[in-house]
Every structure is written in C-alpha cells, then in structure tokens.
Design a binder for this molecule. Structure first.
Ligand code: PRX
Length: 560
C-alpha cells in the first residue's frame, strides 16, 4: 500500500478547559459509566437517563428543547418533555407495546419526533426512527426487515407508508391524535421499563456496497459512550444551547442530536424546514447557539454565500463540530477567518454508535485530519492480512473491540455482522486511512463501493435495483462521482431496453422514478446511457470501479 503525505499545518486551540493528556492517560470506560445514574441505582433505561433523571435531580424547569420552524417557536422544559414522553408511553402501553418490540417513528424534525423516540425507549421497546424524506419502498423495507409492530407518524407522512405489504405492522398512531388526548398524572416511574445494558435501544438502517440497507442495532449500554463523548467532545456545559442539524433518522441526529446532549442536560435546538443559509444564521443569532454540530456539505454551502455571515451576530458560537465526510482544510480556514471558531472534525459510523476519532476542544487541529482516537479507543491501520502498518502508510481503518457504543448486531444478518470482525480483536470500518506519528488519522477513501453524498451513506445496489425496476432500464451501475459541494454525487450508468430511445425526458422520468419510490437523496443526479456496461469476464458482475475510474479520469481532464 502506498505512502501518502500528511498535512503539517496546525491550528492551536485558544482555550484549555480540561487536561486531556491526563484523561487520555488514565481513562477507563467505567469513568463513562459513572456519569450515569445507573451507576448508582443499578437500573438502566437510556430514556430515563436522558430526561427523567434531570427532573429527579432538580432541573425540571430547565429548557430541554427549543423548536423553530418558519416563524413557529416552541420550547419545552425537562419536566414538560418528561410529561410528554410519559403521555406517549402510556398510549404505547395501551396498544400492547412491550420490551424488545420494534416501534418505528416516521416524523419530520419536530419535538414530537424526539418525544416519540424517547417514549418508545422508555417502555423498553426498540426505536426505529425513519428519515422524513423516505418514500414508500424505503419505509416498507425497513419496517419489514425487523418486523416492526407499531408506527408513530403524522397525517402527511402516512401518505408514504404502504397500506399493504407490511404484515407485522399492527398499529399506526398519529401524533395529531396523541396530542389531542389529555395528559394524565403519573405515579412515580410507572412507564419506565428497567432493562439490561444489552437490551436493544435503537435500530438505524444504513447502506453498504451490497444488498439492501442493514438494521444496525444498538444497546442501552451505548448511553455510556453517548454521555462521555457529549461531555468531552461536544464539550457541553450547563449554559449551552446546542444545535445538531441532522434528523434523528440518521445516527448523528439520534446520538448527537438527542441522546448525548440531553444526557448532559444541554438545551437542544430542533430546527424544522429545509436548509437555507439565512435561516441557519438567523437561528444561531436568535437562540444564541453555543455549540453547533453539522456536516462539511452544509459548511461548504455557507462558505459559498460569502460575506452573508456578516449580517448576523454569531458571537454566541464557541464550539463547532463536523461529521460524515471529509472536512476540507479550506472550510476549516473559512470558519477560522470568518466565524472566529475552529471546526472540530469527528469520525465514526452508524455501526460504531458514537465518536471514535475526534478533535478534542483543547487539542491541536491538523486540517485534513479527522483527529485522534477518543480516550479508551485504540485505532489501527491494517494491511490485507490484518497486520498493523507503520505510521504514514495507507491501510484499512480498524478499531480495537469492544467499546460501549459498538453495535449489538445487524438485525437478522449474523454473516454481515461477522464480516466487520474478520481480524481477531478488531472492528473493520471499510474506510482507508493513514495515521501519523502523533496519532492523527487522515481519511483516504472507502475500501468498497459505498457512496457518500453530502454526508449521507448511499448503497449503490439499492439504487441500481430501483433503476432496473423502471421499464426502460436494462442494466444499471451506480457510483459516487466526485463533486465539490457534496463530496460525491450519485451517478448512474445505464443501458436501455430495446425499443427505448435516449431522451432528456426519459432520463428525467427514470430519475423521478427513483426519487418517488426510494428517496430524494438516493436518486441519481446524473444518468448516462451506455451501449454496454463494463463487467467482469467470469461472473458478469458490473464493474463499478471501472465506471468510477472513468469519472475520475474525466474530472482530471477538466482540471488540467
Ligand atoms: O466513510 C466514512 C464517512 O462516513 C461513513 C459512515 O457513514 P454513516 O454510518 O452514515 O455515519 C455518518 C456519521 C456518523 C464512514 O465510514 N465519514 C464519517 N465521518 C467522516 C467520514 N469521512 C471523512 N471524515 C469524517 N469525519
């Protein structure tokens, strides 16, 4: 494997709030556990730790959630969120939901979405949050895969829930109806189901390079990982107003939009509606956001708006984090020059359940690097045989097992689960990276065909399967084409069935077909018709790598 150069440019931190060297030296995961009330009581329920605990400890009047969407603004105290989750929990119990059931939540980014997820967890069931932009097939496949029995949605999104074809689904509840029912007083912690550390907490569906999305199941033990990374990586303090821009249907939106900040008693901002630079900046100003967690694509969109930031008072922001795709040094520089903040990159995955490689607030940042391993986490760069490579060499990014946030299983797919652990004692990420002498890790790409567009993971197989459902498409090969704004964009190469002629209109129709049935983010932005797709000689498998190489070659030609 080849040698690559590392960036040496650094930005030193302005403040030193914690002694991280000492933390790194002495860290033990029991320190994380000690932050939870379960360490004292011996009883665990992650929803209790997230909300009820703070009420019991005297913080019931503190604001837990701010919701803002096109002029609409609502706030909830921790006591109000507790009462609401009890209300939802009572209704779930009435419908027979019990420990271990899979309950899906298909809602836009609203307080009700957060409350519904927490209520599901409170009664001991497994929450299955669905991204609000999913269309029929995506919704159906996910609920079917793990036999979801109950769905919480609203009158709008229910239009995208197939009426047939989900045999396990017994009940659909609408937030509109739940909200109409009067709140009832609760006795003690009646609705909290105390569970084991290994009990299922949340299931996130995520894409790989083959097959349909897989259900990554996390356990209540992950709360240890969430609370400690919330404290040290997000750097949450008592007065913080914290905003993570991701929807809880993605792991960033659940772990770092909901669990980690609320476990640390932060005030969490929920922003509805679509991305707009104006709305985002004015939200920060209006709510006095102090900690902000987003993705490189969003930062690049803000950067492209030039001086717009000058129209807003963004001085409340003290800590910014990024995840999901490579963070360009230019973006870090832009934030440093314009917003006067450092952007702290973080690396992790749906499967890892929490941060593994981070830039801690007081430590040196090397633009171009994702940071260093979180205390208690050991990163390795492995060759094809699973041997550790020396500093500076590119190899498979791996992590020593176990840690509390690590997934518990891939739902119903033991083989897939095992495939992450093919070298004894290591979790294999599927990313390629190198590590320098100081432990800083530099992302070098994926070791498979997974696509990362605007930080969202897209499986080429899923898109290809949808494309060939269209009557005009014979074969399809889908890749991530390098893109300045989104990192990669979804590009499909197709061949047409005989009798079909290539036309703008037909390609648009095919694109819309994927968009309408799968989801907007997975629909190919570009479709190119070929006479024939490149294939392996023996098995006739479509060679995505060759298609990708073709795109990279074209892009290089344009550059030169
Ligand atoms: O390729 C890496 C990329 O996103 C993948 C994980 O995607 P997902 O499970 O959707 O989780 C996203 C957020 C937790 C990784 O395998 N990725 C994630 N963070 C970074 C990244 N690539 C470069 N830099 C990062 N900081």
């Amino acid at each position: 494997m080849s040698q690559a150069t590392t960036h040496i440019e650094t930005i030193e931190g302005e403040y030193n709030l914690n002694n991280y060297d000492e933390i790194r030296e002495n860290f033990d995961w029991s320190d994380a556990k000690a932050l939870l009330s379960a360490a004292k009581t011996g009883k665990i329920n992650a929803a209790y730790e997230t909300i009820d605990r703070h009420v019991d400890e005297g913080y019931g009047d503190k604001i837990a959630l701010h919701y803002i969407n096109e002029g609409e603004k609502r706030s909830y105290t921790f006591k109000e969120v507790k009462d609401q989750t009890d209300h939802y929990a009572r209704i779930l119990k009435r419908h027979g939901v019990t420990r271990g059931d899979r309950v899906f939540v298909f809602l836009p980014k609203t307080p009700e979405c957060y409350i519904a997820i927490l209520a599901v967890i409170k009664v001991g069931a497994i929450a299955g949050p669905l991204f609000e932009a999913f269309m029929e097939d995506a919704v159906r496949d996910r609920i079917n895969d793990c036999d979801g029995t109950l769905l919480i949605t609203d009158q709008q999104l229910v239009k995208r829930v197939p009426k047939k074809d989900i045999p396990s689904l017994e009940t659909t509840l609408f937030v509109e109806d739940i909200e109409k029912e009067p709140l009832q007083p609760v006795d003690g912690d009646d609705y909290v189901e105390w569970v084991d550390w290994e009990d299922g907490l949340i299931i996130h569906y995520t894409s790989g390079s083959t097959g349909k999305p897989k259900g990554v199941l996390h356990a209540h033990r992950a709360a240890q990982h969430h609370i400690v990374t919330g404290k040290w990586v997000l750097d949450i303090k008592d007065d913080d107003v914290y905003w993570c821009t991701s929807h809880p249907g993605w792991v960033t939106g659940s772990v770092y939009g909901l669990f980690a900040p609320l476990l640390n008693r932060a005030t969490v901002v929920i922003q509805g509606g679509r991305f707009s630079a104006e709305n985002w900046y004015s939200l920060i100003e209006e709510l006095g956001v102090t900690i902000w967690y987003s993705a490189p694509t969003a930062f690049r969109m803000l950067l492209s708006k030039g001086d717009l930031y000058k129209d807003y008072d963004l001085s409340s922001v003290r800590h910014v984090l990024s995840v999901g795709e490579p963070l360009n040094p230019e973006v870090i520089q832009w934030a440093w020059n314009s917003l006067n903040v450092r952007i702290h990159d973080t690396w992790w995955m749906t499967e890892t359940g929490g941060h593994l490689i981070v830039n801690l607030p007081a430590e040196k940042i090397k633009p171009g690097s994702m940071g260093r391993s979180f205390p208690g986490i050991q990163v390795g760069i492995l060759d094809e045989e699973g041997n550790e490579l020396p500093h500076g060499e590119v190899g498979q990014l791996a992590v020593r097992t176990p840690w509390p946030g690590l997934m518990k299983e891939i739902w119903g797919n033991q083989d897939k689960f095992k495939s992450y652990f093919q070298y004894k004692g290591w979790y294999i990420s599927g990313d390629l990276a190198l590590q320098d002498e100081e432990g800083y890790v530099f992302f070098q790409g994926r070791n498979d065909d997974m696509i990362n567009s605007a930080g969202e993971r897209i499986g080429p197989f899923e898109v290809e399967s949808k494309l060939i459902e269209h009557t005009a498409v014979e074969e399809a090969g889908v890749i991530g084409k390098p893109d300045e704004l989104r990192g990669e964009l979804v590009k499909a190469f197709i061949t047409l069935r005989s009798g079909y002629q290539e036309s703008e209109q037909l390609l648009e129709e095919i694109r819309l077909y994927v968009r309408k049935n799968l989801s907007a983010h997975a629909a190919p932005r570009e479709i190119e018709v070929m006479d024939e797709l490149p294939k392996t000689k023996i098995s006739g498998k479509i060679l995505r790598r060759q298609l990708k190489a073709l795109e990279i070659e074209r892009a290089n030609k344009v550059k030169n």
